[in-house]
Design a protein around this ligand. Structure first.
Ligand SMILES: [Zn+2]
Length: 83
């Protein structure tokens, strides 16, 4: 298992195993967030989904959740950054 220097907790720990939203976002998350913080976020995301009453079949709701995730995990949007 590869280790990752996590931007949320600042520690170098075991990375994420399993699904993390897929695609380029998943690659970004897995390169920046450790497995422990990811589990924290998963718990938090359930609260956010309930609080905002997000329907994850709705692309707009998904976008809100991703924005919340970036804020929570200290992972600013990649928009405008060089790829
Ligand atoms: Zn972490």
């Amino acid at each position: 298992m590869a280790e990752v220097k996590c931007v949320h907790c600042g520690m170098t720990r075991e990375g994420i195993t399993g699904y993390a939203y897929g695609g380029q976002l998943e690659a970004e998350i897995k390169s920046k967030i450790c497995g422990v913080c990811w589990q924290e976020w998963k718990g938090m995301s359930i609260k956010i989904i309930n609080e905002y009453r997000l329907d994850l079949n709705d692309p707009h709701a998904n976008k809100i959740l991703i924005e919340q995730m970036r804020a929570y995990l200290n992972m600013p949007s990649a928009e405008g950054q060089p790829k």
